[in-house]
Design a protein around this ligand. Structure first.
Ligand SMILES: O=C(O)C[C@H]1C=CC(=O)O1
Length: 96
């Protein structure tokens, strides 16, 4: 199943810079692992915002939920999710 996910990061302004840097480093490591595993298909920065548009390829809503909960920045993100299905006018034979 494909999911379009918008993540908006809202770190507290008074967060210790070292803690913020560690959270971002941990997030990057997990994000890159999930991309290598084919679970996090797309990761795009939204220009002008500390936010991203992502596409996840996971077997269920529960798997998406569990994956998002693992993200180190999860407690500091607003997350919006849309489930994706094939468009009848799409010329692509697969879901890429
Ligand atoms: O920077 C972000 O958009 C938040 C998050 C998503 C991947 C990552 O490395 O950080």
């Amino acid at each position: 199943m494909l999911f379009h996910v918008k993540m908006t990061v809202k770190l507290p302004l008074d967060m210790d810079p070292a803690k913020a840097a560690q959270l971002k480093a941990d997030e990057k490591e997990l994000a890159q692992r999930l991309q290598q595993e084919g679970k996090w298909r797309h990761l795009w920065r939204i220009a002008g915002h500390y936010a991203n548009y992502s596409v996840f390829d996971l077997p269920s809503v529960e798997a998406l939920h569990d994956t998002l909960l693992q993200l180190p920045l999860f407690p500091y993100m607003d997350i919006e999710i849309d489930g994706l299905c094939r468009h009848p006018s799409s010329i692509h034979s697969d879901d890429r």
